[in-house]
Design a protein around this ligand. Sequence first.
Ligand SMILES: NC(=O)c1ccc[n+]([C@@H]2O[C@H](COP(=O)([O-])OP(=O)(O)OC[C@H]3O[C@@H](n4cnc5c(N)ncnc54)[C@H](O)[C@@H]3O)[C@@H](O)[C@H]2O)c1
Length: 271
Amino acid sequence: MSNGILKGKKGIISGALDENSIAWKTAIKAHAEGAQIVLTNAPIAMRMGKINELAEMVSAEIIPADATSVEDLEKLYQGAMENLGGKMDFVLHSIGMSPNIRKGKEYGDLNYDWFMKSIDISALSFHKFMQVAEKQDALNEWASIVGLSYIAAQRTYPFYTDMADAKAVLESIARGFGYRLGKSKKVRVNTISQSPTRTTAGSGIGGFDSFFDFAEKMSPLGNASGDDCANYIISLFSDFTRMVTMQNLFHDGGYSSTGISEEIIELMGKQ
Ligand SMILES: NC(=O)c1ccc[n+]([C@@H]2O[C@H](COP(=O)([O-])OP(=O)(O)OC[C@H]3O[C@@H](n4cnc5c(N)ncnc54)[C@H](O)[C@@H]3O)[C@@H](O)[C@H]2O)c1
């Protein structure tokens, strides 16, 4: 069901790799709600993923950009403004990657070059997205910028290793730039702290299936799906959430406020 709540809005959506990606689902919903979009992803993802299929479905141009490269991001905003004929009303940062997680490194045995990569790709890139946008004056007033986080930024999840630190930085950047862009342009910046979701990035985390099931049993509403997350992102891009900024918004079916659930007690009792 669509209500045209993004009619006339223009934006950039990063991070759509395949149909499971949160960004993929968001792009489809943004298009259905009347937005015009430009898609972006790392040049390597162009070869691995299926972004061309999505681009056709949502009538969008793809502008490849490595989110760690300021030069690529400059070209991205320039290209998006040319293609869409104006400044951006929304930007989705849906990017995360940790070489340490990919290579199965434990928290006490991190490779520090890879740690820097995790932080650069998963957190500093959020800053770069906003710094470049500000310098190019690429955002309309009341634009909305959303990044995606995980509760490991606040609580320890051993298998999440350096991504936990990256997410803490990401959430902090949302506050830092949220203040700045709020003052200068009335632009809002938020992160959504999403339930475990079956995507390429999600499933790459050690023990994913177990903590997916655990979170499902802990959350009174169950895990929020990728589709639910995309709906929430659309609401944050819309004019209905204009005064929400500098927040980390838990979108997790109640998981973050639950101490223990009956389902978990029952499960423990069976052991
Ligand atoms: N899946 C989960 O359980 C979960 C939970 C909470 C938060 N998140 C966050 O949601 C966001 C989206 O991930 P997803 O779950 O949709 O998985 P995904 O694998 O579909 O998306 C991650 C994207 O990051 C892109 N990317 C990686 N390196 C990049 C770079 N250098 N430049 C540009 N793009 C790059 C990938 O190509 C991919 O499209 C991430 O920030 C992730 O940490 C995911």
